[in-house]
Every structure is written in structure tokens, then in C-alpha cells.
Design a protein around this ligand. Structure first.
Ligand code: C2O
Length: 555
């Protein structure tokens, strides 16, 4: 096999956006960061050197890291951070995976500007290409956000004061906000296409705080892959994509504009915004046909641009649900769907935003004089001061010994009702779910309405999972499993748990190590909406976690 080597230097870079110049943390001075492109089966080595005073780590989101958990990246879960002046080389093999993923910093809120695409070219030809419609070129669409303050201070401030989540001031496509934002008409992403050709659009949501709807005016999109797993192809006018998710689309440029200077608008806007004052703005780009003419007029802001007619409106849960339910595994003989048909264990956990009483001698600026926190089964996750993977490797975390509760502590109406009557007591700690190698586990993620319902994108490191069922309201263990899809459920690494509902996922625990489980909304992770999934070594040498690399940073 081939070894591909990359160098990532973490450094500050002055970036001019939204009428101002701000320094952003970047990789190699690039914003968004460099794209990593490898082939399925490659060995990958990425040497990360930290040239700033802040600690850092980098995570290869969706890469399974078979037996190489040391290269996974989440700070204090699989490694201690890389300190100023230090280097750490992430080494792993990209096996049995292909498609669009992302990489991002996994320390505090550094993902805000430290992110990029991770593309795995397949060993075999794409299963979805019609011979008469070859892919002419690829178009990257990476969503991100911009803030008006130092993102590095957000987490500490939030945790010190109990304040609500910081809100971005703009969404971006490939780092560019687009014409609806001040001084940004020049900072608009434009993809150029030729009439009649077919393009592969790799959509990545690297934003910190919102699920996004995305569409391109007048064009239909064909979904062929999500989270680097092929799906049954289907066409749609728009998509929904949660932070951490990726969606590969085919687009045929079949809308020749009569006016050669005309362009088609693409836009992304958040799904849920009204409950807390989330950024409810819209980022835009252009799809420009390669005819004569130009769109570059000297405008600082262009409010005459209309949203695509096919872009769902904010809060359109009907679109979000219909779209999500159409995603199915390809489930072909070449790419079978290996969903566990039976399970050894079912864990049901709430995913919840909570209010915590303010400690004495402190003023909390969260809602009602309290602190915002978050939890799973009333466990609010605190990252330990050394990595859990190291503890596990050196001393072993026994099954059950770490005691993550496998059922909600109190039975209540999770998604409706009166928040004041509901159980809000949290325990702060680092309890994790521990399973023997090979366990077939089902985890039911039950959304709650303790503060407000939200669609939480839950991400699990080190494994893909199958989304066998979703629903609204409270999960009913005697009824809902009967309706599961065990034929072609979508295989993913991040699932949006329906707002006011639940999602059931199945995993075969075939990757020994410690894997972070968390909400991919960064503020929710800061508040403790996280746990760990620990898979013990199996009996065979090929089922054991490899020893830690020599350059693994120390805490
Ligand atoms: Cu994409 Cu734990 O993260």
C-alpha cells in the first residue's frame, strides 16, 4: 500500500471578511484548511505542528481508525493536546471507506476555523455513474461560520458564567459569506459549470451551531452518498445537513440561462432558529454557466439577489423529516448493508439541555439566573485531565465499572409537558459505556424538551452505525422496534435526532478503543452533551488496540 504524507502547521492568519480583518487559527495559513485527498486503502501520515500558544488536536471525522484510536484526535478522550511548538504525527489506514468526509480541530471551539475536506477516492468505480453521464468535475461546498469575537474564549466564558451559546455572525460557503452580508459581495463562492455536464458536489457541514438547508435555484440534486457511504440514489430539490455530516450530490448543468450574464443562486439557511436567538442568516454562492459575461459588479452588498425558490424555510420540519427518511443504504451485493439483525444490549439515553442552579458567590447569566448545561441520562460529561484512552490502555476500564446508566433515571414525558416538573438533576463526571469486543449494541437517543426541543446531531467516533428507526415523541420499547428498518437503513457517523423525537442506532463494536460520543453542536459538547463508547480488546491479536505511538503528547 501507499503512504500519503501531509504537513499541517497550526498558525494564525489575518483574514478579511465582513468589513473587518480578524486573525483566525488556520492550518498552513489556509481558510478553510487544505483538502486531504487519498485513495481507499492508503496509509496516511499527517504531521501536525503547533505554532501557536493555544493547545490543539485534529480529528479525522468519520475515519474509522481501526485499532489506531491514538490517531482519532478528540482532546482528553484519545490524546492529550499538542502544546505550543510540539508536533504529533497522526498515522492511520483508510480501509474499506470511500467518499466525502471532513477533518477538524477537536480542542475547545477551534473547529470554528480549523477544518477542511477529507476525500477518499474509491478503489472501484462509482456505482452510480451512468456511462452517458460521466463526472466532469467536482465542486466542494463546505459550510462554516464566522464570529465577531475570539472563538477561543467562548467555551471558558460559557462555562464560567453559564451563559447561552455564542452566536455566529455569518454562515459561509468555502469560507465566503456571500452577497447578503455586509462588504461581502466580493466574498461570494462561485462554481463555474458547462452546460450539459455532470458534476459531483461534495457538501460538508463544518458549522458549529446549526443544521442547514441547501439548494441551488432551478436545479435538482441527486444524493448518492452520505457520511462516506453510498446510498440508493434519489433526486431532491434541496438537502438538510447537520454539522459533522457530509452529502455527496450529482448535479447536471441542464439550465442554460437565456441571459449569458445570468447566474443561479445557491444558498444555505438554518433549519432551527427560533427558540434561542441563533444566527438565522443565509449564506449564498453562485452557480455560473461558462458562457460569456460576468457577475463581478462592484457592489459591497447585494440585497437584490433572491433566495432560490426551492430552499426550504426555517423550521420546515416536514421537509427535514421527508428528506432524511429518503436516505437508504445502497445495500447491493458489492456494498452490502451489515446492520445487526439482533442485538446483545440496548441503551436508552436522553439527550438533553439543562439548567443548573448557579453556584453560590457567582452570578450566572444563563436563563432565569441559572447556568446552561447539557447531559445524557443526567450525566454531564466533563473531560478528564488525561486521556481516557491512555487510562483504558494502561489500567483497563472493565465492563460496567464506569457505570453510564443504560436507562433514563426518571420516566417522564421527554418531549412535551411542563419543564418545571421534569428531572433536571445532573451528575458531573466522565462515565462511559463499556462493551466487550463484538457486542451488537443498540443506542436509542431520546430527545427531550427540558429547555427546548432541538434536532441534536449525535456523532460517534471510531464506528459507523445504522439508523434503524426514528420517530417523534417518546420512544416506546415495546412498540417502536417492530417498525425498524433492518433491510437498508442508512449507515452514518452522525445522526440528526428528530426535534422532539428519538433515533435508534445499531453498532457492531468491532474497533477496540475509546470513542467519543457527542452532540456535534459545539456549545452542547462544552455543556457536557457527551459520553464515551469503550470497546474492549477481542481475543485475537487483530482485535486489539495497537500500542501508543512514541510521539503521543503528554498531559
Ligand atoms: Cu467531528 Cu468529535 O467530532
Amino acid at each position: 500500500s501507499v503512504t500519503r504524507r501531509f504537513r499541517f502547521n497550526l498558525e494564525w492568519k489575518k483574514v478579511n471578511r465582513l468589513c473587518t480583518t480578524k486573525r483566525l487559527l488556520t492550518v498552513n495559513g489556509q481558510f478553510p484548511g487544505p483538502t486531504i485527498t487519498v485513495n481507499e486503502g492508503d496509509d496516511v501520515e499527517i504531521k501536525v505542528t503547533n505554532r501557536v500558544a493555544n493547545n490543539t488536536t485534529i480529528h479525522w471525522h468519520g475515519i474509522k481508525q481501526k485499532r489506531t484510536g491514538w490517531a482519532d484526535g478528540p482532546a482528553y478522550v484519545t490524546q492529550c493536546p499538542i502544546g505550543r511548538g510540539q508536533s504529533y504525527t497522526y498515522k492511520f489506514t483508510v480501509a474499506e471507506q470511500r467518499g466525502t468526509l471532513l477533518w477538524h480541530a477537536h480542542y475547545s471551539w477551534q473547529r470554528a476555523s480549523v477544518y477542511g475536506a477529507f476525500i477518499i477516492n474509491p478503489r472501484l468505480p462509482y456505482p452510480f455513474i451512468a456511462p452517458n453521464r460521466p463526472i466532469h468535475a467536482e465542486i466542494p461546498i463546505i459550510f462554516g461560520e464566522l464570529w465577531d469575537k475570539e472563538v477561543d474564549d467562548f467555551e471558558a466564558t460559557m462555562l464560567a458564567t453559564g451563559a447561552g451559546a455564542a452566536i455566529s455572525v455569518a454562515y459561509t460557503i468555502n469560507g465566503l459569506p456571500g452577497p447578503l452580508y455586509p462588504c461581502s459581495a466580493k466574498d461570494t463562492y462561485t462554481a463555474t459549470v458547462e452546460y450539459g455536464k455532470t458534476y459531483m458536489i461534495r457538501v460538508i457541514n463544518a458549522a458549529l451551531g446549526d443544521e442547514l438547508f441547501f439548494s441551488i435555484a432551478k436545479h435538482t440534486l441527486t444524493v448518492v452518498e452520505v457520511d462516506a457511504v453510498y446510498t440508493k440514489p434519489f433526486t431532491t430539490t434541496a438537502i438538510m445537513i447537520a454539522p459533522g455530516q457530509t452529502t455527496t450530490l450529482l448535479l447536471t448543468a441542464d439550465q442554460l440561462p437565456s441571459d449569458p450574464t445570468a447566474t443561479f443562486v445557491m444558498a444555505a439557511t438554518p433549519y432551527v432558529t427560533s427558540i434561542f436567538p441563533f444566527d438565522n442568516s443565509t449564506t449564498m454562492g453562485y452557480l455560473k454557466y461558462n458562457t460569456t459575461g460576468t457577475i463581478s459588479k462592484d457592489r459591497t452588498r447585494d440585497l437584490s439577489v433572491k433566495l432560490p425558490e426551492n430552499l426550504p424555510k426555517m423550521e420546515d420540519t416536514k421537509f427535514a423529516t421527508t428528506f432524511t427518511n429518503r436516505i437508504k443504504s445502497l445495500a447491493s451485493s458489492q456494498y452490502p448493508c451489515n446492520v445487526p439483525k439482533t442485538i446483545d444490549r440496548r441503551v436508552i439515553t436522553t439527550i438533553s439541555l439543562n439548567l443548573q442552579d448557579c453556584p453560590q458567590n457567582k452570578t450566572c447569566t444563563g436563563y432565569d439566573g441559572k447556568m446552561f448545561m447539557a447531559s445524557m441520562n443526567n450525566q454531564s460529561f466533563l473531560r478528564p485531565s488525561t486521556s481516557i484512552l491512555e487510562t483504558h490502555y494502561r489500567t483497563g476500564l472493565g465492563t460496567g465499572s464506569s457505570g453510564f446508566p443504560e436507562r433514563p433515571l426518571n420516566k417522564f414525558d421527554y418531549t412535551g409537558g411542563n419543564a418545571s416538573t421534569m428531572n433536571t438533576n445532573m451528575e458531573f463526571g466522565s462515565r462511559v459505556i463499556v462493551v466487550p469486543y463484538g457486542t451488537k449494541i443498540e443506542i436509542v437517543l431520546q430527545g427531550t424538551n427540558l429547555l427546548a426541543p432541538e434536532n441534536h446531531p449525535i456523532h460517534i467516533h471510531g464506528h459507523n452505525f445504522y439508523v434503524v428507526g426514528t420517530g417523534f415523541g417518546n420512544f416506546d420499547e415495546s412498540r417502536d422496534p417492530k417498525g425498524y428498518n433492518l433491510v437498508d437503513p442508512p449507515e452514518r457517523n452522525t445522526v440528526g435526532v428528530p426535534m422532539g423525537g428519538w433515533a435508534a442506532i445499531r453498532i457492531e463494536a468491532d474497533n477496540p478503543g475509546v470513542w467519543f460520543v457527542h452532540c456535534h453542536f459545539e456549545p452542547h459538547t462544552s455543556w457536557g452533551l457527551a459520553t464515551g463508547f469503550v470497546v474492549q480488546d477481542g481475543p485475537l491479536p487483530s482485535q486489539r488496540l495497537l500500542p501508543p505511538p512514541k510521539d503521543l503528547p503528554a498531559c
